[in-house]
Design a protein around this ligand. Sequence first.
Ligand SMILES: Cc1cc2nc3c(=O)[nH]c(=O)nc-3n(C[C@H](O)[C@H](O)[C@H](O)COP(=O)(O)OP(=O)(O)OC[C@H]3O[C@@H](n4cnc5c(N)ncnc54)[C@H](O)[C@@H]3O)c2cc1C
Length: 433
Amino acid sequence: MAWDFRTEPEFQEQLDWMSWFVRQEIWPLEAIWPELGIDGLGRALEPLKAEVKERGLWATHLPPELGGQGMGQVRLGLMHEILGTSPIAPLAFGNAAPDSGNSEILALAGTEEQKDRWLHPLLAGDLRSAFSMTEPDTPGSDPTQLRTSAQSDGDGWVVNGRKWFTSNGSIADFLILMAVTDPEARPSQRASMFIVPVDTPGVHILRDVPTMEHPWEAFGSYGGHSEVIYEDVRLPAEALLGKPGAGFVIAQHRLVPGRIHHCMRWLGVARRAFDMMCERATYRYAHGSLLADKQTVQNWIADSAAEMQAARLMTLHAAWVMDTEGASAARTEVAMIKFFGARVLHDVVDRALQVHGSLGYSTDLPLEQMYRFARAARIYDGPDEVHRQSVARNVLASYSPPSDGVPSEHLPTRRELSRARFAELLELLTAND
Ligand SMILES: Cc1cc2nc3c(=O)[nH]c(=O)nc-3n(C[C@H](O)[C@H](O)[C@H](O)COP(=O)(O)OP(=O)(O)OC[C@H]3O[C@@H](n4cnc5c(N)ncnc54)[C@H](O)[C@@H]3O)c2cc1C
């Protein structure tokens, strides 16, 4: 019997240390983040990064030869649940998006020269990166329709197109760009990835798009989502990452494990919102009783606890399938947790916000920020509807219509068959009457 939900004691010790460290050293930085700015935050994080490295927990998502631990997705997932409690924690552990995913791409598809020039400085924190795939004029949910093109020109490429939601584009040193290199190829082989330094002539970073997260015009701040025009951008041959046409394959390698990390981080956020909801219920008194005694609030607490537990077990199971059978075997499980986890995060944060009334809506609590974060989770990394569709497709693939057109569970038909099968027994019973 191999079912086992325990964490081995040595790793549990690491998890306990991470929980303590994140709460003790990182949560306090959240409250003064805007005052610190990205440079001040960088300085505050330096000694913390050193401690993380000393514990062997820096950039653990990478292969061991690049300093990762080869931990496997279950352990990484448990770790991300703790880091997810704070938007700052991933920066201290060398696995903040989008640099973490981009470093995985470079580790996976980069040549030794590309790794030396881009990956190692990225891991050392000397460079910043962004991932530039989504376009305003084509559906990001179906990137086979991308229009940004990279045309072969002598021994290099010429890129033209418009992207947006290139997160961190306005503070990046280089962009990992997805562009169509062969419009005639099969849809999944049309696009390739390129490394584009932001100071390449023809790269115009127009603006950071104001969003629910930053609903005002700003440029060059951490977490901005940039709109970028590529106008006759000439790239050398060595800018190509991997083989021509391998863009989607590389992207999938990056996205599948990344979704497990996202979902576990969402649970870290949901847990924090849940704790706030429960605390509030114990002292807010209205209409003759505490909120904790109102059935609606009890239902919210019970539903949230059950949904978080379900999302956690589903996510760890998806991670376990990845570890034991590989990424492609876990595709349905990973698609399931993407939309299920995003919904759980959204609903738990929404209930916690509601229980706090106007305080929850105010910026005196982090709930409104969590709510905006949760809303985005249903869109990025593939909108929930696309993941639902792919789960339904995979599920339906093992079903076929009944050969006689009658539903398999049709009771009159089954009764008929059973009567024929058990005719002797039925006859005996009737004879005894
Ligand atoms: C906070 C944030 C950060 C992001 N960061 C990056 C980044 O760093 N780099 C990058 O390249 N992109 C990034 N994106 C973009 C993101 O990947 C896209 O927004 C996403 O893929 C959806 O594409 P779209 O916005 O073009 O929406 P569309 O593709 O136009 O889809 C719109 C809606 O159509 C519906 N829909 C689509 N397909 C189906 C279907 N099959 N069945 C039913 N309904 C469907 C869904 O409701 C979907 O939300 C980011 C987005 C956000 C919100």
